[in-house]
Design a protein around this ligand. Structure first.
Ligand SMILES: NC(=O)c1ccc[n+]([C@@H]2O[C@H](COP(=O)([O-])OP(=O)(O)OC[C@H]3O[C@@H](n4cnc5c(N)ncnc54)[C@H](O)[C@@H]3O)[C@@H](O)[C@H]2O)c1
Length: 250
């Protein structure tokens, strides 16, 4: 599948990332179908896309999107509970929770449902793409890549594109092209078996480990580390902050 052949995108999992990715892909002109597990979860994602802090209504209010563009993008997004509704999509972006066995199971099922030329991508935060792709057929492996977005997707422009030794050049070009068409800045990253994280999370985790060492050694308080990095290095957010900061997960 080449970039120009990609018309429809299936998003596995609404939620924080899937909803944001659906939004940018619909605005970019793709037909988007989002699959989640219950009507209630679908409703939460719909509200985030249409009414949320980073949603389309706010984008129109802020002059980032015209009313007509917003209406057309909304028309391009549909929601389903049934994986079989994904059977005709050209391109999958998986954004289910960060559990390797769940992602493997989701892709194994999609592999049997979706046409053999469709591209599969995962928004894993850090599992090696070869591990996520483990249970798909050999024929699909050249069509498999990582697509790691940053939260909140509508405002954070980065997308790391991760390729394995098996990912074909056509797939790399198409994945990069789809991300760029959706307004992303792309960093290319080689998959590394046995590691966790690509560029963004590995570099961030290294800095956070160092910050923790400084705090644990009693050299500076958490507040002073946050102040030093935000004021002295212009980091936009705190490691620790009042509610745990952006480094909480690390
Ligand atoms: N949240 C972030 O800041 C962030 C940033 C980059 C990457 N990621 C990665 O993106 C992925 C999703 O994270 P999130 O924060 O959006 O999680 P989330 O919990 O907000 O959303 C996941 C969604 O997937 C749905 N889901 C679960 N099983 C499913 C299935 N079998 N089929 C379809 N949908 C299913 C859930 O109901 C939920 O709505 C994870 O791999 C995460 O590591 C998250």
């Amino acid at each position: 599948m080449k970039l120009d052949d990609v018309k429809t995108i299936g998003i596995m999992g609404g939620g924080v990332m899937g909803g944001g990715i659906a939004q940018i892909m619909a605005i970019a002109g793709y037909e988007v179908v989002v699959r989640d597990l219950t009507h209630e979860l679908v409703k939460v994602t719909q509200e985030a896309i249409f009414e949320g802090r980073w949603g389309m209504k706010r984008a129109v209010e802020r002059g980032k999107l015209s009313f007509d563009e917003c209406a057309a993008a909304i028309d391009r997004i549909s929601f389903t509970l049934a994986p079989r509704e994904m059977r005709d999509v050209d391109f999958i972006i998986e954004a289910v929770p960060e559990k390797l066995d769940l992602k493997q199971q989701v892709f194994a099922e999609l592999d049997t449902l979706i046409k053999p030329e469709a591209i599969f991508t995962t928004n894993t935060s850090g599992f090696p793409v070869v591990d996520v792709a483990r249970d798909v057929s050999e024929g699909r492996k050249p069509l498999f890549a990582g697509m790691h977005y940053s939260n909140p997707v509508p405002t954070m422009k980065m997308c790391e594109v991760i390729y394995t030794p098996q990912t074909s050049q056509d797939t790399i070009d198409a994945v990069k092209g789809v991300a760029e068409k959706a307004g992303r800045v792309v960093s290319m990253v080689k998959d590394e078996p046995g590691s966790y994280g690509f560029v963004m999370n590995r570099v961030f985790a290294a800095a956070k480990r160092e910050a923790d060492k400084i705090v644990e050694a009693g050299l500076a308080t958490r507040e002073d580390v946050d102040k030093a990095m935000m004021t002295g290095r212009n980091w936009p957010a705190a490691f620790y902050g009042q509610r745990g900061g952006i480094g909480k997960q690390w």
